[in-house]
Design a protein around this ligand. Structure first.
Ligand SMILES: Nc1ncnc2c1ncn2[C@@H]1O[C@H](COP(=O)(O)OP(=O)(O)OP(=O)(O)O)[C@@H](O)[C@H]1O
Ligand SMILES: [Mg+2]
Length: 272
């Protein structure tokens, strides 16, 4: 049975599977994501988060099952899927040698946005991501947070219905992380863009995602709102970090550190 989300599904995976030889990176994944939610995928390194996102963005064909994104089948209608989505990959993808505006100009061309509209759209996207003042600065002089916001601006230029973000805040300082999340939240509020995001920062997922899926060895082992997931542990004061450890902790190389950090934080909260 496919767990059904409350509203209309903008992403629906049916037995989605991806093997690499002997490795099953994603196994029989069935879930639905609705149009008005920020959905978080969390799980240890190698759990299958990026592989899932690559299949949903049509960059990697599934070896089993399928999915629809914005109503289009990822296997049979990949071009339509691509027109409906934006994607910010795990690794930096902006061109450092040109300006922020020039990056957007090129992407606008790829999306075939007519030249007479392209400038206004690029300026609007930069403004929206708080990059108006640095539009004409070379990207090699941007901070990590600015580069991430530029990549989000690129991914949004054609006004997609679904935005896929693979670790958008990795390596950013807390202020830059907050700025990225604020933009993600505004996007959903202003345009109703559905967002599928992976992160290793449990506090972020807790604060910002309506629902979270915990993926472990290619399978979704827990799915629900952060509050629902924490309640499944039956411990007062449980954090999403505790949920992670409970469902996938034995796969984490630094499991001890995760658990320790979670415990320290709970103790700190109690002492306040
Ligand atoms: N192109 C590939 N060829 C072979 N194995 C791969 C390939 N891509 C991914 N894998 C394997 O599939 C599994 C899932 O990898 P994936 O990158 O999806 O994990 P992840 O959850 O995104 O991890 P991380 O948190 O480190 O980004 C891993 O075992 C990985 O080694
Ligand atoms: Mg990954």
């Amino acid at each position: 049975m496919v767990p059904t989300a409350p509203g209309p599904a903008v992403v629906a995976c049916r037995h989605l599977t991806r093997r690499f030889g002997e490795i099953v990176a994603v196994r029989d994944l069935s879930l639905e994501i609705t149009a008005d939610e920020i959905f978080g995928l969390i799980g240890p390194n190698g759990a299958g988060k990026t592989t899932t996102i690559k299949m949903l963005t049509t960059l990697l064909p599934p070896t089993g099952g399928t999915a629809t994104v914005a109503g289009f089948d990822i296997v049979r209608e990949p071009a339509r899927v691509r027109r409906s989505i934006g994607y910010v990959p795990q690794l930096i993808s902006a061109d450092a040698q040109v300006t922020g505006f020039e990056n957007l100009w090129v992407v606008g061309g790829l999306y075939r946005i007519p030249r007479h509209e392209r400038r206004a759209r690029a300026e609007e996207a930069l403004e929206r991501m708080g990059l108006g003042p640095v539009a004409d600065v070379l990207v090699k002089n941007y901070s990590g947070g600015m580069i991430r916001r530029l990549e989000m601006a690129q991914a949004l230029l054609h006004r997609p219905r679904v935005l896929f973000l693979d670790e958008p805040t990795v390596g950013l300082d807390p202020v830059a992380r907050d700025a990225v999340w604020e933009q993600i939240d505004r996007l959903r509020r202003d345009y109703g863009t559905a967002v599928v995001v992976t992160t290793h920062y449990m506090e972020e997922a807790d604060r910002l995602c309506e629902r979270v899926g915990v993926i472990h060895r290619g399978e979704v082992v827990a799915l629900g709102s952060p509050a629902e997931l924490k309640a499944t542990l039956g411990q007062p004061g449980a954090t999403l970090g505790d949920v992670f450890t409970h469902y996938a902790g034995h796969e984490v190389e630094l499991g001890g550190a995760y658990r320790e950090a979670g415990r320290t934080r709970r103790i700190a909260a109690r002492l306040e």
